[in-house]
Design a protein around this ligand. Structure first.
Ligand SMILES: [Zn+2]
Ligand SMILES: [Zn+2]
Length: 388
């Protein structure tokens, strides 16, 4: 069958790129750059794609380290998403070196099938995933308008065809009270720190009665000036997360009520701002995930269903998945006990298991591209996305 033959071809292509891909992953690992400063990584990845015959455009969506590398002109257009930002101090503890390099390897391997089957492939360089949410800017700037499907593979301790991600909103709050001598004239003061502590207590009570997949957590960023002055100002930053936007909206209101109540109780005036860059929940395209799963299994990997024990976070891929049929599967590169965002996980990304995860991720994505270009597949993917 031609499909099988083409899948064999893409596997051979990844195999022939093996040494260069591993070197690229090691180089990015050894030169960690934080979000929106990934100059070396972006240069290396785009050079690799240019050498591979891709047309490269840099500085997409006004982000200097974002890029778009295209091969072919026709539709459907398959996007392979690269990330390459590191964590401060921990380096590549989230394994984005593997994400970036597996995307370019799969891109180069897909050229052959584009020549045979039509369509086009675009490797999207999406910087600043950690905290900054580069993909949110790229979605807003329309960078995904001509894209029909999007794939990204994240290293993990399990092979999973889908991953859930929480919708998340950031809340900044401040209380304004009145200063006074804490011993001399405490009755003249209004304690803004007490207001914040009351709000924390109220949120801790609320947390008992929310869904297990929601999260509320925060820190106090200003708690007063000196112990002998009644704090006139306090400030905190909170994150509120939920599996869907409706529940997030409900929770946001209940969280605000905790602050409102504390304001009434303490007499301190409340001011708050929701930051305008919310992370969207992940909308997994199960048709696409099913194809990816079969391909990953055919490489000899044991693929498990999404397991919440592997952790729930938020990712800017959620925002992409709301506008384009998407998957965000994971590839195992370390034992279950190794935690993401640690130096141990960073080391695993350049271990033998890390290299084999990188190559298998690239193979499974390119093999899934073969499936996407078979007659009728893209229609099924689109139909599911539109809810049909
Ligand atoms: Zn991370
Ligand atoms: Zn990550």
């Amino acid at each position: 069958m031609e499909t099988e033959k083409l899948k064999l071809d893409v596997k051979r292509s990844i195999q022939s790129q093996r040494e260069r891909l591993i070197q690229l992953s090691v180089d990015i690992h050894d030169n960690p750059e934080s979000g929106f400063k990934e100059e070396k990584a972006a240069t290396w990845l785009t050079s690799y794609l240019e050498d591979g015959g891709f047309h490269v455009e840099r500085g997409v969506a006004g982000l200097p380290t974002a890029f778009r590398a295209i091969y072919g002109q026709e539709s459907p257009r398959i996007a392979l998403l690269a990330e390459y930002d590191a964590l401060p101090k921990i380096g590549h503890g989230c394994g984005h070196n593997i994400i970036g390099v597996s995307a370019v390897g799969a891109g180069v391997a897909s050229k052959h099938i584009i020549d045979r089957l039509g369509g086009s492939v675009v490797v999207m360089g999406t910087p600043g995933e950690e905290v900054l949410g580069g993909k949110i800017d790229m979605v807003k700037a329309g960078a995904f308008k001509e894209v029909d499907v999007a794939m990204i593979v994240h290293p993990d301790t399990r092979n999973m065809p889908t991953e859930e991600a929480l919708a998340a909103s950031t809340l900044e709050v401040e209380f304004f009270g009145r200063p006074a001598h804490a011993a001399g004239q405490p009755h003249k003061g209004i304690n803004a720190l007490d207001a914040m502590v009351l709000a924390f207590t109220a949120i801790n009570s609320l947390r008992q009665h929310i869904r297990g997949d929601a999260r509320i957590h925060g820190i106090i960023t200003d708690g007063g000036e000196a112990p002998n002055i009644v704090p006139a100002h306090s400030a905190a930053t909170f994150l509120v997360r939920a599996l869907d936007d409706d529940y997030l909206a409900e929770l946001k209101d209940r969280v605000l009520n905790c602050f409102r109540g504390a304001s009434v109780a303490s007499g301190a005036r409340l001011e708050y701002r929701w930051k305008n860059r919310p992370y969207a929940p992940m909308k997994n395209n199960m048709t696409l995930a099913g194809l990816f799963r079969q391909n990953l299994e055919s490489l000899g990997r044991n693929v498990e269903d999404f397991d919440p024990r592997s952790g729930l976070g938020s990712t800017d891929m959620g925002n992409v998945s709301q506008v384009v049929p998407s998957i965000h599967p994971t590839i195992a590169i370390a034992p279950h006990e190794v935690l993401l965002h640690t130096p141990e996980f960073a080391a695993a990304t350049v271990s033998e298991a890390g290299h084999s995860g990188l190559l298998d991720a690239a193979k499974a994505m390119a093999m899934t591209a073969v499936d996407i270009l078979q007659p009728g597949t893209i229609d099924k993917i689109r139909q599911e996305f539109r809810g049909g």
